[in-house]
Design a protein around this ligand. Structure first.
Ligand SMILES: CC(C)(COP(=O)(O)OP(=O)(O)OC[C@H]1O[C@@H](n2cnc3c(N)ncnc32)[C@H](O)[C@@H]1OP(=O)(O)O)[C@@H](O)C(=O)NCCC(=O)NCCS
Length: 320
């Protein structure tokens, strides 16, 4: 299943030009202009300023993208940030994670060359909506320089056409390249990307389903918000294999002792019962909330010692 959704990514070679020009001659440009573009890309690649990746799926060319070392965007150029440029996945192959794979490969190429960050620009109108959402999900953040028009900073109060030249720029910090041999590499993520976490989650769930016919591990979040939508309290956790596990519970100091902690725990237990769990577990440190949980019916299952300053962790359990 996974391999069906895996694209093959190859670096542009001279002999690819014909197929590229045939496959990607768009209505809004001429075949001649397309030819000029790809020849220019190849020349730039030969000169060391661009690496062009071609995406193939089931032996068919379905997309492309480049890593442009000297971006035309002055801020990237000055900060030595290579630009992920001209990424395209054909219409009928969108929505399968191919764009994501292509971008990951381009990031990896940048990482291999010891760049600390990589950047990408995106248009502001709706045709770019998918790309805007994807870049944010992949951990890109706006570079804080506002919007540019034809690569130049826009000026407050002036008018600009909403076209392909009106662009906002994003960048992403790259982890240090560390090879694990065989083309694998270790990435350290200090700001988790939900999509990547999901892969681990899915992997564990699939494994449990395969080996013991277990249902999927299911996360939950509960929040208390005020009228401004600010989060003032909440809990996170999972239900797995018939058990509720509450990972984090926190109530903002100014609203403690007003029953919110209890309400949140009761809501978590309701979720657990709906998901057919028969017991709940959680851990609390000796200075945290043991009496609170005991009041809610949790009992000490065992105590783990060995933490700093002679601290103890209580592993608690309650039958539901
Ligand atoms: C622990 C915490 C979540 C409790 O939330 P809260 O909203 O203040 O608790 P509630 O008002 O719902 O209290 C429910 C009951 O527990 C009791 N209780 C709460 N904290 C208690 C404590 N530290 N010691 C003894 N009893 C406590 C309350 O008196 C109340 O009793 P009642 O039902 O008889 O009136 C909150 O203090 C907190 O966020 N602490 C810091 C983070 C933390 O320790 N999290 C837990 C990590 S495991």
């Amino acid at each position: 299943m996974k391999n069906e959704r895996q694209i093959k990514i190859e670096i542009l070679q001279e002999e690819d030009l014909k197929d590229l020009i045939k496959t990607f001659s768009f209505a809004w440009t001429s075949p001649e202009a397309t030819k000029v573009k790809w020849e220019a890309y190849l020349a730039e690649q030969k000169a060391g300023n661009r690496i062009v990746c071609l995406a193939k799926w089931q032996d068919r060319l379905i997309g492309y993208g480049s890593l442009l070392k000297n971006s035309k965007y002055p801020h990237f150029r000055a900060s030595r940030i290579p630009e992920i440029h001209d990424v395209w996945i054909s219409d009928d192959h969108r929505g399968h994670g191919f764009g994501r794979q292509l971008i990951s490969q381009l990031e990896w190429l940048a990482q291999k060359e010891n760049y600390q960050s990589v950047g990408i620009g995106v248009g502001l109108y709706k045709d770019y909506g998918r790309a805007q959402k994807l870049y944010i999900r992949l951990g890109y953040v706006p570079d804080g320089e506002g919007v540019t028009y034809k690569y130049e900073a826009t000026v407050t109060g002036k008018s600009y056409p909403l076209d392909d030249d009106l662009v906002i720029w994003f960048k992403k910090k790259l982890p240090k390249f560390s090879t694990q041999g065989d083309g694998y590499y270790l990435e350290r993520q200090e700001e988790p990307i939900p999509e990547d976490e999901q892969v681990l989650f899915d992997g564990i769930s699939d494994d449990a389903a395969k080996k013991k016919g277990m249902e999927r591990v299911k996360p939950f979040r509960i929040y208390v918000r005020d009228v401004n939508q600010s989060v003032l309290a909440g809990a996170s956790g999972v239900t797995y294999y018939g058990c509720l596990y509450v990972d984090m519970l926190w109530v903002e100091e100014s609203i403690r002792s007003r029953g919110f902690g209890k309400k949140i725990m009761e809501e978590a237990e309701n979720i657990a019962r709906e998901r057919k769990c028969t017991f709940a577990t959680l851990n609390t440190m000796d200075w945290e909330a043991l009496p609170f949980y005991q009041k809610l019916g949790y009992q000490i299952e065992f105590i783990r010692e060995g933490y700093k300053k002679a601290s103890r962790m209580y592993m608690l359990r309650k039958e539901l």
